[in-house]
Design a protein around this ligand. Structure first.
Ligand SMILES: *Cc1c(COP(=O)(O)O)cnc(C)c1O
Length: 495
């Protein structure tokens, strides 16, 4: 299967090529030429399988230049029980209609691990398959969770270096510490004065800087990305929607073929787009609820057809969703309206910060997606209510998702089971979770972990235990316009 650009450029690459390259050369994102299908027979087979086997099966449909055996071996290592304590993607039944898909049992306690534990292995294999001699330099912009998950996934992987930029005031204290204390010889972390969009824009600019690429090339290095613009991030995320469906069949909650609804707390539109691909493959998903926080640009877009980033940026207690440019939306536009239209819309977004889709595309969006949002007050209330009434502890992002799922179900009594993606451990945002339940602040952001544990009689997940006792290795903070210079310095090519 070949991969092509969402903007219609000339790239035609294998899956390995797409994973290695990250972004298409016209600035578009890579998409497979066609979407493989998943019939009822294959779903029945998948029901019998373990998570790593399900992952290898689904991935093998998209990554046709990797063998099934190769993928299975990588998936077994990536989703091993000692890394994903409690299971790779278990389901928690909240009530008869609502199921929470827990995606945060990996080594950094956020759903990013679901992709970033396997993707470095896919990249390593891709370097071999394409006989690459140069070092891959992974450049990451993070709103908190991707950075840590990528650092942990790529640490000490042969042939790869990784550098992460994060907004200095845009991540939680725990997130910051997780990154600043990262181990590994091939990693570096840098904060910027600015928000996530500044970090992301800066990284994209560096990716498209030809002079810089030439300089790196002369020195045996090339850029690659670990953000969800990389297909290697997207593909593994399709797996857990299929897996959740199988688990619901296995536990007798649904019968094979029964439709379900899915709600995803959304930032860059990667996770929910993966669910949409699962739907395109034939997984019986009825509606996709795109849940946003106060940065509700996607809610407005899905309601009106106009995407307008000319608006205030809000820092919220669900920082991984504080995003005004949802990069993966481009993939949806491409699938629904083709490369020509997508290129045009992206150009408008770039120059005017705004675009409006035509009626035909709007109708297609309406057929599959509902956009809803949840403000700060209701996020806190949702955490408190879910803990007190359902005896279940959720993080701030999951609370946004659950609240939007409830809004949707209150209006649309379709009787279908709702699966809500839970994207982070509550301990990753312990301070806000504690505050939401008790209406008072913890002593400080770090003691919040122990305080939350005492309050709720739950366990701190292993990746977050004793986080305050680790050595801080990275303290650099730079201006956002200095990102290129910092990259060169890190590579030993600057002054
Ligand atoms: C990254 C992230 C999201 C948003 O996911 P997208 O794929 O960017 O839409 C939501 N919640 C958490 C905890 C995250 O880390």
């Amino acid at each position: 299967m070949n991969y092509i650009s969402t903007r219609g450029g000339k790239d035609l690459v294998s899956a390995a090529g797409a994973i290695k390259q990250g972004l298409a050369s016209d600035g578009g994102l890579f998409m497979p030429e066609e979407i493989p299908s998943l019939d009822q027979g294959s779903v029945a087979k998948l029901c019998e399988m373990s998570y790593p086997e399900r992952a290898a099966y689904i991935l093998s449909l998209f990554l046709t230049d990797y063998t099934y055996e190769e993928l299975l071996s990588d998936c077994e290592k990536a989703y091993a029980p000692d890394r994903f304590v409690g299971g790779a993607a278990p389901i928690h039944k909240l009530n008869d209609d609502t199921f929470v898909l827990e995606l945060w049992h990996g080594p950094t306690s956020a759903f990013k691990d679901m992709a970033l534990q396997i993707m470095p292995r896919l990249l390593s294999a891709a370097l071999k398959k394409t006989e690459e001699k140069r070092t891959a330099f992974i450049l990451v912009a993070t709103s908190g969770d991707t950075g840590k998950a990528a650092l942990e996934g790529y640490r000490d992987v042969d042939g790869v270096k990784i550098m992460v930029f994060y907004p200095v005031d845009g991540v939680s204290r725990v997130q910051k510490l997780q990154m600043a204390t990262q181990l590994g010889e091939n990693v570096s972390v840098c904060a910027i004065e600015g928000n996530f969009d500044d970090a992301q824009t800066g990284v994209k600019k560096i990716f498209s800087d030809r002079e810089m690429a030439e300089l790196l090339d002369k020195n045996g290095v090339f850029f690659s990305s670990a953000n969800s613009i990389n297909w290697g991030r997207l593909a593994p995320q399709i797996v857990y929607y299929v897996s959740a469906y199988c688990d619901l069949i296995n536990s007798g909650e649904i019968i094979a073929g029964e439709m379900i609804d899915v709600t995803v707390p959304t930032g860059n539109f990667g996770n929910i787009f993966a669910a949409y691909i699962a739907k395109m493959m034939g997984l019986p998903i009825n509606r996709l609820v795109c849940a946003s926080n106060k940065n509700n640009i996607l809610t407005d877009f899905l309601a009106t057809g106009t995407y307008d980033r000319n608006r205030a940026f809000h820092t919220t207690m669900s920082p991984s969703m504080d995003i005004l440019i949802s990069s993966n939306l481009e993939r949806l536009l491409y699938v629904m309206s083709g490369a020509g239209n997508t290129a045009e819309l992206m150009k408008k977004l770039n120059t005017e910060g705004c675009y409006t889709v035509d009626a035909a595309l709007k109708a297609k969006l309406d057929e599959h997606f509902t956009g809803l949002f949840c403000d700060e007050e209701n996020t806190a209330l949702e955490i408190k209510r879910t803990f007190n009434e359902d005896k279940y502890l959720i993080d701030t992002h999951t609370a946004v998702g659950l609240n939007c799922a409830k809004q949707y179900m209150a209006k649309n009594r379709d009787g279908l089971k709702m699966v809500v993606a839970s994207t982070a451990s509550p301990y990753k945002f312990a301070s806000d979770v504690y505050k939401s339940i008790t209406d008072k602040a913890p002593a400080d952001e770090l003691s919040a972990l122990e305080e939350l544990k005492a309050l709720t009689s739950t366990e701190i997940p292993y990746p977050l235990k004793d986080i305050d006792k680790r050595e801080v290795r990275f303290k650099t903070v730079i201006e956002k316009q200095d990102m290129s210079a910092q990259v060169l310095r890190t590579l030993g090519l600057g002054d």
